[in-house]
Write a protein of this length. Sequence first.
Length: 66
Amino acid sequence: MNILENRLQEIRWKRNLTQNQLTLKSGVPQSVISAIENNNRENPGVFTALKLASALSVKVEDIFIL
């Protein structure tokens, strides 16, 4: 399984958001957010990454370390 390192949880915490709040802002299911944060999911799709980045007001590359 090829998983990108990510800073999703760190960025979410800096914005004082719960996973549920990020779900509401991004439209990405909480289970997907949790799986990404816990590195239990292969790399998210482009649309998922873009939704998360937009909801957090960051670039995709700020979340996912290439």
